[in-house]
Design a protein around this ligand. Structure first.
Ligand code: PBG
Length: 326
């Protein structure tokens, strides 16, 4: 035998010498949930280790994350039912706590990068990402609402706008609205390939944002398809997206790879709530070791082509310290 691949695996030093990918803290985005009020830090039962924070508590949490080396955060609002309506009008209301949270964070931590969520569901009595009429999700009528929400978020201080709604044409529509309002430097991270997935369950519990009727299959993509992902990515790239995101992550590595190979924009993957919950409960039941399993998961996302990983494990990963699969 002249060729022995095992030689290159014979010690951790050699393994680390030839290791092709790494996950660093600067690759990670930490999603967090914001709630109106004071002194609130309530654990989300379906997403243990994650909390709904009032702004004061959120600021403290961000500080501890920044101390650990995290820099980028994605915020989601948990909105009272009484503030919801069919037009999601609270989303751009000047009194909106979510917008105030962004302003407060940027004031206290100017170096932090904040990514928003643009979709109607957290604010909508219908629980859908778009405007509902006679049981249908309207596309073009939703766009001005998304644009208004985006401009309000940019004004509040968000660095990057994150449209997660999957309406057609929204990237161009939002880009134009941001530019017209003077926010030419505010980026757009498009939820480009967002599948109609079973893995969003714990998130919808966290925000109480599940659809009140039907499902999201007329706008989110069919998990059976990958060629359509290319089409969505082409459109978003042409419409001016600054980042392309695939969501969920682990079951869609092929899609991540296709996007990486065919587009020159940074590729992000959202390791979603159900993916987090599976690993977490598996570890709790003693079925796997959480740290090793999470590190393997994240490195596989990098290997597939992710530049950016959005994960509920971001803080935990930072606490575990240096990346070492050995
Ligand atoms: C809403 C939105 C969802 C997620 C992010 N933004 C849920 C959905 O589309 O129903 C899911 C994130 C997660 O599961 O962690 N537009």
């Amino acid at each position: 035998m002249e060729i022995r691949p095992r030689r290159n695996r014979s010690s951790e030093t050699i393994r680390s010498l030839i290791r092709e990918n790494q996950v660093t803290l600067s690759d990670l985005v930490y999603p967090m949930f914001v709630k109106d009020g004071k002194n609130i830090k309530e654990e989300i039962p379906t997403l243990k280790g994650n909390y709904r924070f009032s702004i004061d508590e959120l600021l403290q949490e961000i500080e501890s994350c920044v101390d650990l080396g995290l820099r980028t955060f994605m915020l989601f609002p948990a909105v009272e039912e009484s503030l919801k309506d069919s037009f999601a009008s609270y989303s751009y209301h000047s009194d909106n706590f979510y917008l105030k949270a962004a302003t407060a964070i940027k004031k206290a931590f100017p170096e932090v990068c904040l990514i928003s969520d643009v979709a109607m569901d957290p604010y909508s009595t219908d629980g859908h990402d778009g405007l509902v009429k006679d049981g249908r999700i309207l596309n073009d009528e939703t766009l001005p609402i998304l644009a208004q929400m985006s401009v309000a978020q940019a004004r509040a201080g968000f660095d990057i706008i994150g449209p997660s709604d999957m309406m057609d044409g929204r990237i161009l529509y939002i880009r134009k609205a941001l530019d017209e309002a003077g926010f030419t430097d505010t980026g757009i991270m498009s939820y480009t390939v967002k599948y109609a997935s079973a893995f969003y369950g714990p998130f919808r519990d966290a925000l109480n944002s599940a659809p009140k009727f039907g499902d999201k299959k007329t706008y989110q993509m069919d998990p059976a398809n990958s060629r359509e992902a290319f089409r969505e990515a082409q459109l978003d790239a042409d419409e001016g997206a600054d980042f392309l995101m695939v969501k969920p992550a682990v079951h869609y590595l092929d899609v991540i790879q296709t996007l990486k190979q065919n587009f020159d924009l940074p590729i992000a993957a959202y390791h979603v709530s159900g993916e987090y919950a599976l690993l977490k409960s598996g570890a709790e039941q003693g079925l796997l070791d959480l740290e090793t399993a999470v590190k393997e998961t994240l490195i596989c996302l990098k290997r597939a082509g992710c530049d950016i990983i959005i994960t509920y494990f971001a803080k935990q990963y930072a606490q575990w310290g240096k990346n070492n699969l050995g």
